[in-house]
Ligand binder design. Sequence first.
Ligand SMILES: NC(=O)C1=CN([C@@H]2O[C@H](COP(=O)(O)OP(=O)(O)OC[C@H]3O[C@@H](n4cnc5c(N)ncnc54)[C@H](OP(=O)(O)O)[C@@H]3O)[C@@H](O)[C@H]2O)C=CC1
Ligand SMILES: CC(=O)N[C@@H](CCC(=O)OP(=O)(O)O)C(=O)O
Length: 310
Amino acid sequence: MTAKIFIDGEHGTTGLQIRTRMAGRRDVELLSIPEAERRNQAMREDMLNSADVAILCLPDDASREAVQMVSGNNKVRIIDTSTAFRIAPDWAYGFAEMDKAQTEKIRSSRFVANPGCYPTGAIGLIRPLRAADILPDGYPVTINAISGYTGGGKQMIAQMEDQSRPDAISANNFLYGLPLKHKHVPEMKTHGLLDRAPLFSPSVGRFAQGMIVQVPLFLDDLKEGTTIETIHAALVAHYAGQNIVSVVSLEESAKLARIDAEELVGQDTMKLFVFGTQGGPHVNLVAVLDNLGKGASGAAVQNMDLMLSA
Ligand SMILES: NC(=O)C1=CN([C@@H]2O[C@H](COP(=O)(O)OP(=O)(O)OC[C@H]3O[C@@H](n4cnc5c(N)ncnc54)[C@H](OP(=O)(O)O)[C@@H]3O)[C@@H](O)[C@H]2O)C=CC1
Ligand SMILES: CC(=O)N[C@@H](CCC(=O)OP(=O)(O)O)C(=O)O
């Protein structure tokens, strides 16, 4: 059977990349609204209620409004890429690899919240260490990250690419989220299984896509006896049996002089690394992903495929 899919926000950054990933597929039929009508409420409502799966690629408020539009419809299933429902208890968090039970939750859920791009890296690194009791209660987790500028959607893309705009950004690399209240912190805390909100400092570089997320740790403050090897082994065990998240071997990581934020551009996978020196006091956990791949559009398609396999 062909599943009807409607991408609300199909002409935006995330929506367009989902459409590209669906091109040529025969198992799905894309319902579509012309770009000029993208904010036409009646057309959106009609499409939302005609779909088997609706993928919302909208700002938070518009996502909430879209969910309202299908409130009388108990057939359509929703994948929301915004921040609106990521810690809502009746929504499944769409990161299948974060936990052994998550695949089934996504498969059987009507409402799936696609994770944020930075949280995919951060939760991917932190949650296995919390689940294995390596990262103790109260540990002051810090998360530093750099994203390609497409992470800021159409507006930031224009600000970075069109220097004639009055609001053009000329910096090649900038820190933001300076009040330390980024919208991703609640989901990092909840799905990272943290008892204390992490301190998150994001940044943007002058490259379109790609991302590095770092979680540096002091070994002395982790579970007694923790080493770079035990951390690496916990990550390897956590991600065994799937092929989306890979953990790079310690030997391979030790040979690297640099990590490239653009390494996985165009791919829907994520790589995790554990850096440090054997016997040393610190480790740096690092995730590399495409903000629009496993960080957004690629993850949405993975979630859709799981839902359609129910
Ligand atoms: N870019 C990224 O890397 C990631 C994005 N996300 C999330 O995905 C969602 C979409 O982001 P992104 O694609 O980057 O954003 P864009 O700004 O690139 O695209 C958003 C699209 O939604 C449309 N839109 C905005 N408001 C409404 C409305 N009220 N009704 C109908 N359509 C509307 C916009 O139209 P118009 O052109 O008229 O404004 C645009 O086409 C956001 O919630 C974002 O947080 C998640 C992970 C990563
Ligand atoms: C570079 C940049 O601006 N990134 C965005 C995060 C990406 C995004 O749009 O947010 P979600 O992942 O929550 O959907 C931000 O910091 O708000």
